[in-house]
Design a protein around this ligand. Sequence first.
Ligand code: FES
Length: 162
Amino acid sequence: MNESDIRSSKRFKPQRTRRDFLGLAAAWSAVGAFVMAMLGSVRLLVPSVFPEPNSRVKLGKPAQFARESSTYFQRYRLWVFRDDDGFHAVSSVCTHLGCVAERDAEGQYLCPCHGSKFDDQGNVRSGPAPKGLMWVELSISPEGQLVADTLKPVARGTKLAV
Ligand code: FES
């Protein structure tokens, strides 16, 4: 059996050369780089930082609030009051551990979690709450809406005259 017979035989398997190995390594490296680039592209679609919800919330036109009224916005955990001096807003989030305090018929706030009590102005009457309920800033938007910033405290007694 001569050399050409051996090469044409079905059982003949040519030995892999160094060139073949380097070619395969280059091809697999290109595939790997492409896959990693695609994964990176997909990762770009997911934001790394999720923005916090906006603390400035629109509550409606001032005319929608009757004089001497109190309105609760459950979504914002916020009481909005209107009297002859103007508007003020009190957060119902308890300053102890963040439960929502409930307001009774006399206007006092009671926290169901650990029993803190607040007067009708949000001052602490009994603990464990370390401080009173937060009065939040109110303003009027350019469109004429009453806007509360639920994370911006104002001094107790601050009212927005409209
Ligand atoms: S969370 Fe209100 S008293 Fe503890």
